[in-house]
Design a protein around this ligand. Sequence first.
Ligand code: DQA
Length: 141
Amino acid sequence: KKIAILNGPNLDRLGKREPEIYGHTTLADLEASLRAEFAATTSLDFFQSNHEGALIDKIAALADAKFDGIVINGAALTHTSVALRDALAGAHLPTVEVHISNIYKREEFRHTSLTAPVSLAVISGLGLEGYFAAVRFLLKR
Ligand code: DQA
């Protein structure tokens, strides 16, 4: 199966950025761990961008390439981007939304997700384990 792991703005700074919230593990470490766990059974495509349009282009490409699922941490765009939501809705691929932190425990503006209604499931607050759980879930479907 082909699963894409998409990360939005500022997640390139994972491990350095607000470690009290997001931890000390870098995005490269996370990618290595996910590859180690799933490489035998799954082709994982990792993509991170700080740019909304780049994420939208990527989602369209995943749809055209008939991917089996998307794991997306849209980061701040989750709360703001109708365009990202429309891209996911249009791609029509099984999608799991992941947030490292529990967005419901944080500021009010993080409580709304525009992308949750076009996702199969949302995982929030499991830390990096959320990405592993999301891939496992998509593989079992
Ligand atoms: C986040 C939560 C968002 O509110 C925030 O803007 C992020 C990361 C998380 O993984 O917990 O950048 O998506």
